[in-house]
Design a binder for this molecule. Structure first.
Ligand code: C2E
Ligand code: MG
Ligand code: MG
Ligand code: MG
Length: 292
């Protein structure tokens, strides 16, 4: 389209691209400094057991506290860090810090939670990844079965043999693996059967309109039924209103995560949260799309 509009458009695109590129170069340098100076921090979001309302696990989510720009969300810098390879250093820090925080929390008399850590594709595919996990478990003393790694379906779909090798090694070590953002890519349910994983996290895009969109509701039901058939647990993320909670509970979803229960919070606030969040409610009126 730009081509048809002639030379000026190209020119304009050129400027746009170079602005974008210089922004990237700048952020890349700033990320380098952030890694050096330790400008990252972790927030934790509780994951609620749909049957009991108990919180037995949390997801660690990285934040970048930029000295001038303030808090920068991972959606803005993780994709770039993935491109530049800086995600490897950031990811190593996240893994170490999350296990350290949880060990600390438990040592201080807090609950023994399971912690879920997001692992980027590049990090997962690196030759030293298993050694990295091992080293973190050793240095923090955190039990392997209280660590869960969240990987996106893309990681498992490409380079499959090697990915399955790594998954098997993790399983042997006792580390759990969940597929994050399930349904947002191209993974088939059939494919799930071959993977040594323990959980599926339904992508937020299916949850946000689940009570109004019959197609999404049907997909969610299909994933839950199939996952259970394969012995996997299902987490729904992005639950914001009680109607979504109710709907997912009716569909036998195992675990619930979202702003309705709690936003991601710093460790010291996590300890303030009740470890039973929003006990299951069966009394809410439910509006469900017709035809289901
Ligand atoms: P994700 O792993 O799917 O994490 C869930 C995201 O949904 C988080 O965004 C969380 O704050 C948000 N969320 C949770 N409940 C709700 C809700 O009820 N409503 C809405 N609107 N959002 C909700 P966040 O923290 O901005 O992270 C975004 C993404 O960045 C994550 O998606 C993950 O892909 C990536 N990310 C975050 N931390 C890390 C990390 O340490 N390493 C890597 N590799 N990626 C990370
Ligand atoms: Mg995640
Ligand atoms: Mg997710
Ligand atoms: Mg997501």
């Amino acid at each position: 389209e730009a081509k048809q509009q002639g030379r000026n458009t190209w020119q304009w695109y050129g400027d746009e691209v170079s602005i974008l590129m210089s922004e990237h170069v700048e952020m890349r340098l700033e990320l380098q400094e952030a890694i050096r100076e330790g400008q990252f921090l972790l927030h934790y979001q509780p994951i609620v057991d749909a049957h009991t309302g108990a919180v037995r696990s949390v997801e660690a989510l990285v934040r970048w506290k930029h000295p001038e720009k303030g808090m920068i969300s991972p959606g803005l810098f993780i994709p770039l860090a993935e491109q530049t390879g800086q995600i490897v250093a950031i990811g190593r820090w996240v893994l170490q810090r999350a296990c350290q925080d949880m060990a600390h929390l438990h040592a201080e008399g807090g609950p023994a939670l399971q912690v879920a850590v997001n692992i980027s594709p590049l990090q997962f595919r690196r030759a030293g990844f298993l050694a990295q996990v091992e080293q973190v478990l050793e240095t923090t003393g955190w039990p392997a079965d209280r660590l869960e790694l969240e990987v996106t379906e893309g990681v498992l779909m490409s380079g499959t043999d090697r990915a399955i090798e790594v998954l098997n090694a993790l399983r042997q070590r006792g580390v759990q693996v969940a597929i994050d953002d399930f349904g947002s890519g191209f993974s088939s349910l059939r494919y799930l059967r071959q993977l040594p994983i323990s959980k599926v996290k339904l992508d937020r895009s299916f949850i946000h309109d689940i009570t109004h969109n019959g197609d999404n509701a049907a997909i969610v039901q299909g994933v839950i039924t199939m996952a259970h058939h394969l012995g996997l647990k299902v987490v729904a993320e992005g639950i914001e209103v009680p109607e979504q909670q109710r709907d997912l509970m009716d569909r036998e979803c195992d675990l619930l995560q979202g702003f309705l229960f709690s936003r991601p919070v710093p460790l010291d606030q996590l300890t303030q949260l009740p470890m039973h969040l929003a006990p299951p409610r069966r009394d809410l009126p439910l509006t469900r799309p017709t035809g289901l």
